[in-house]
Design a protein around this ligand. Sequence first.
Ligand SMILES: C[S@@+](CC[C@H](N)C(=O)[O-])C[C@H]1O[C@@H](n2cnc3c(N)ncnc32)[C@H](O)[C@@H]1O
Length: 359
Amino acid sequence: MENILKSYIAEKGMMSLSEFMQICLGHPTHGYYIKSEVFGQDGDFTTAPEISQMFGEIIGLWLVDCIDKLPVSADYNIIELGPGRGTLMADILRSMAKFKAKFKLNIHMVEMSPKLREMQREKLSGFADNITWYKDLDELKKSINSSPCLFVANEFFDALPINQYEFLDGVWYERMVGVKDGKIAPTLSMRPVEVELPHILEGRAADGAIFENSPATKFYLGKIIDILKRNKGAALIIDYGHDGHGFGDSLQAVKAHKYAKIFKNLGKQDITAHVNFTSLKEIAKAQNLMVSPVVTQANFLGDLAIGLRAQMLIRKNPEQEMQIAQALNRLIGEDEMGTLFKVLCLHNCEFTPVGFGLE
Ligand SMILES: C[S@@+](CC[C@H](N)C(=O)[O-])C[C@H]1O[C@@H](n2cnc3c(N)ncnc32)[C@H](O)[C@@H]1O
């Protein structure tokens, strides 16, 4: 990976952080998501569906509620973005199966990693035969039918590349990646750059302030919105991040469940950034979509009665009481995922999605 980055820089000059993240995570042969064992105890991080089946079951129920509220259709498209090991979709389909007499589902998985696509296929082999895989949203858009679409994206947007800018002596410089003393290292653009700040931040940067934006997020969300406008439906976005514009450096690398240095272990560690939910809402609203409030994962799962589900599971499996209680706490605990993770629903149908304190 180091040589790939160096030859790119030798040919084109220093690269943006977006390009750096894109290559480290998604390079077709050496990218992190393409090559590594990323999930679980032996991997680098654990996501909510890998913690407990309750997470996917609750999202399955959320989808059933949406289908109930959408205009009647011969079938419905459920689309997962970045499905990891396929665990979330397996739990979703298991919980939706109880309602399968009521509607027909087409399942779509958008995954860039061939290795993860294989893993997902294996995991879902017993579930449904109408599951289709796509490497990106363009492929999906070309082949999906015109029925309503329900997108689910858990920890997808945090994996998308960001750019960063630093405010020094009254001007902005872009944080870039170059080579220093023979090693890949952070650097700043030679010249100041123009940065388009959200209104609320204009004139408020102190010396040394960092501003982040994500053209990739805009690009992917734009494609989701295009499909929603054409087909109708909703998108459920769950990720760690904040609701509100601000300054700060949220880029982080994780290896073996510990924070790591961004410019070490190139291509062998996860690199992510906090998702700016305010930006997501603004992009959607500008395209005339409706947006829910941004709520914490604890509020969303709590509203959908995850506590009751945990009690039911404990009643059925009393010997697992402690594990189930611990998993519940990891999903909704304040110092765990409960507060840092946020949930947002974008939709273009006149309906009130459950889980956002609106009902
Ligand atoms: C952090 S993992 C989340 C996995 C899963 N959603 C979960 O909750 O366990 C990110 C996932 O998004 C996929 N991914 C990242 N960038 C992508 C892109 N640009 N297009 C499609 N999939 C992508 C990764 O390969 C991986 O499956």
